[in-house]
Write a protein that binds this ligand. Structure first.
Ligand code: SF4
Length: 422
């Protein structure tokens, strides 16, 4: 992979960390938009697509210094929250659309669902499996943090047909773990990963890079340790600073340094080459994986719920739920879907979304795009496509538009081009 080192030759001044159309751009729902969602949920679904169920657990043992998720560390509401979560999921499952839908993934997200007690974990898994039509080959993924993942819980998850653990490791360097306020040491975290591997669970870990004061050697060492542990995939996220986090405050007060874009780019490119050399290829948003399934079409719909859940996608509706646990419980008790933000995709949005797929390395098939929208991509987005081609960030061959290796580090910037210009 050849990359220019001089920032004047970069295609963009900064590397974007997020694509368009996240929950950040959604509005509060009006009674009309909720009514159209309900009307849609009362229709039959005949489309066979990849689809997932996502119950959301917003609880954690403690708050990591960089975390911007609205997580809850107090546990007194867990039982009433789980009752509300199951009721909210039932509100979806009772509708015609969800009843006639098949799901191929159950993803327990959060937060750290591993903080739940063993009986609560089993109950939630069983509830989801009996409430929704999960296909026979459906996979179950479970989000965990090593600190709350005891050997008994690992055993319990494996014996309850969980296939994969998604674990936020962030770094194996103890000095950086301290700065991030992670609650166990690298050695303790690695021990849990080894136990999970022994239980034949697939392991996907998150690693953060461009951390305060982190050297390129430290980053390469984190990657090396992930490879030695033989994890199946690694999601590599550049540090993203959110103003209300303890880490952002320490950086603003100059107590800690903040890495620049050149270092961030170098670290990403190092990860790209090291993983590639070791048989892990880039996929999804930020993942390097050696799992075949990670290269399938991503879920086109996500039916989920939970306080702070933000990935909802049914038909052309995108939704996120009420963030505060108590308000979520109150809303569900009143019998309404606990949706806080809702967006309805127009045909134009759908076209933009289809083009955006290049950023998760899914090529856009020109003929399929034309068949769906009645127009070829380069006629729908002439300026964006021309600009990206000229910069060698995308290519068009064999009827497919795809990201180039040159474009890979800039994939989020590329996805924004379809929103900023035609
Ligand atoms: S464990 Fe994950 S969700 Fe919980 S505070 Fe840390 S980063 Fe946030």
């Amino acid at each position: 992979m050849s990359h220019k080192k001089d920032d004047s030759q970069w295609p963009y001044a900064q590397i974007e960390h997020w694509p368009p159309m996240t929950y950040r751009n959604r509005l509060k729902p009006s009674s009309e938009s909720i009514q159209s969602l309900n009307d849609f949920l009362n229709t039959e679904n005949s489309k066979l697509q990849n689809r997932e169920i996502q119950p959301w657990i917003p609880f954690c043992e403690g708050r990591c210094a960089f975390c911007y998720f609205p997580v809850r560390c107090e546990r007194e509401t867990v039982a009433s929250y789980l009752a509300a979560l199951k009721k909210a999921l039932s509100l979806y499952s009772e509708n015609k659309y969800v009843k006639s839908s098949f799901f191929n993934e159950l993803y327990v997200g959060g937060g750290s669902p591993s903080v739940l007690q063993k009986d609560q974990i089993v109950d939630l898994l069983q509830f989801c499996r009996k409430t929704f039509n999960l296909s026979e080959t459906a996979t179950t993924k479970f989000t965990a943090c090593t600190n709350s993942l005891s050997e008994e819980k690992i055993d319990l998850l494996a014996s309850n047909n969980v296939d994969q653990l998604d674990i936020g490791i962030q770094t194996f360097d103890d000095s950086l773990r301290k700065i991030l306020a992670l609650r166990d040491t690298a050695q303790e975290a690695k021990k849990k990963l080894r136990i999970a591997k022994k239980h034949d669970l697939n392991i996907s870990i998150d690693l953060l890079y461009n951390l305060p004061g982190q050297t390129v050697d430290q980053w390469q060492d984190d990657i090396k340790q992930a490879l030695e542990l033989e994890v199946e995939s690694v999601d590599c996220y550049p540090l993203d600073l959110y103003s209300n986090t303890p880490l952002a405050r320490r950086i603003t007060e100059k107590e800690l340094p903040y890495g620049d874009t050149a270092t961030e780019l170098k670290m990403y490119l190092d990860a790209y080459s090291i993983f590639k050399e070791n048989g892990y290829l880039p996929t999804c948003h930020n993942r390097f994986s050696r799992l075949k399934e990670d290269f399938n079409e991503p879920s086109s719909e996500v039916v989920g719920s939970g306080a702070g859940f933000f990935m909802g996608h049914i038909g052309n509706f995108l939704y996120s739920d009420i963030v505060k646990v108590e308000d979520y419980i109150t809303s569900v008790k009143a019998g309404s879907l606990p949706i806080a933000r809702l967006a309805t995709l127009s045909r134009e949005d759908e076209m933009r979304r289809a083009m955006m797929m290049v950023y998760i390395r899914i090529p856009v098939d020109r003929a399929a795009f034309k068949a769906k929208f009645g127009i070829f991509p380069e006629d729908a987005f002439p300026e964006a496509i021309e600009k990206l081609r000229q910069k060698n960030l995308i290519t068009i061959n064999n009827g497919k538009i795809r990201l180039t290796e040159e474009g890979d580090p800039w994939r989020f910037n590329i996805s924004w081009e379809f929103f900023n210009s035609r």
